[in-house]
Design a protein around this ligand. Structure first.
Ligand code: SIN
Ligand code: MN
Length: 240
């Protein structure tokens, strides 16, 4: 049994998962989680509601809202041509500030940890104040939704991706840049966790293999959605 509890997957401390990839468990406090979760209803009110993006003719099991840009496989557009042709909501300023804070904290956490030589910040190629994300993909996972292993590669700018998790815990599989296969690590992303991947990890394959129903803390429960998980990823499209 000792080995079960020694498993890294259950350890919740900030750490470098692979060069360029940093996990910050419990980054958002209770108030911040509640506040961000409450934003969902505004975003859902449109003009472009959450929808299941089609990939190769099949709808994804997650429902997505784009802020700043609308994403379709291979394309970013201001309008949601595959939904209702409306223009998406702007990328919120508070999210830029939050993204910069996450980058800053992630860099600090890595630098502080003697067990982890090699600074993630130096490989991201930017400092927090230069981080200018212009799109957020807000994904809602019901209890059965998943996301297959993929690379985030529709952005032209190599800036890091900042990810925030709210609601139920998921199993987030974070791998390598060569293929969907091993080596990868399964990480339990819980409500309030932040995760940054950039530099050599920017094109790492990743996915969500499972939602763990009913695991959200009280302040992180998505009661207006009947449970499940929200993930927000901020990215820099490099488009205009
Ligand atoms: C994504 O890969 O875009 C989402 C990852 C996640 O839900 O944690
Ligand atoms: Mn992704």
């Amino acid at each position: 049994m000792d080995s079960l509890f020694a498993d890294e997957a259950f350890e919740r401390r900030p750490r470098l998962v692979s060069p360029g990839a940093v996990w910050l468990p419990g980054y958002l406090d209770e108030r911040a989680q509640e506040w961000i979760i409450a934003r969902w209803s505004q975003w859902q009110a449109g003009p472009v509601p959450a929808h299941s993006t089609r990939i190769g003719g099949h709808p994804m099991s997650v429902k997505t809202i784009g802020l700043g840009w609308h994403w379709r496989p291979g394309a970013y557009d201001r309008r949601a041509r595959d939904v209702n042709n409306e223009t998406v909501l702007p990328f919120p300023d508070w999210m830029t500030r939050l993204g910069r804070q996450v980058i800053d904290s992630a860099a600090e956490a890595v630098a502080r940890d003697d067990d982890q030589p090699g600074s993630a910040a130096s490989v991201w190629g930017l400092t927090a104040s230069d981080y200018e994300p212009d799109v957020a993909l807000v994904n809602y996972y019901d209890e059965t939704a998943k996301m297959g292993m993929h690379q985030d590669k529709d952005e032209y700018d190599p800036a890091p991706v900042v990810s925030l998790s709210l609601g139920d815990t998921c199993i987030f599989r974070f791998g390598n840049s060569e293929s969907r296969n091993r080596p990868y690590e399964d990480i339990r992303l819980a409500s309030g966790d932040a995760f940054v991947f950039g530099g050599p990890a920017r094109f790492a394959y990743h996915g969500v293999t499972k939602i763990l129903p009913g695991t959200a803390p009280d302040h992180g429960r998505l009661s207006h959605l009947g449970g499940g998980r929200i993930n927000i990823t901020m990215r820099t499209t490099g488009r205009d």
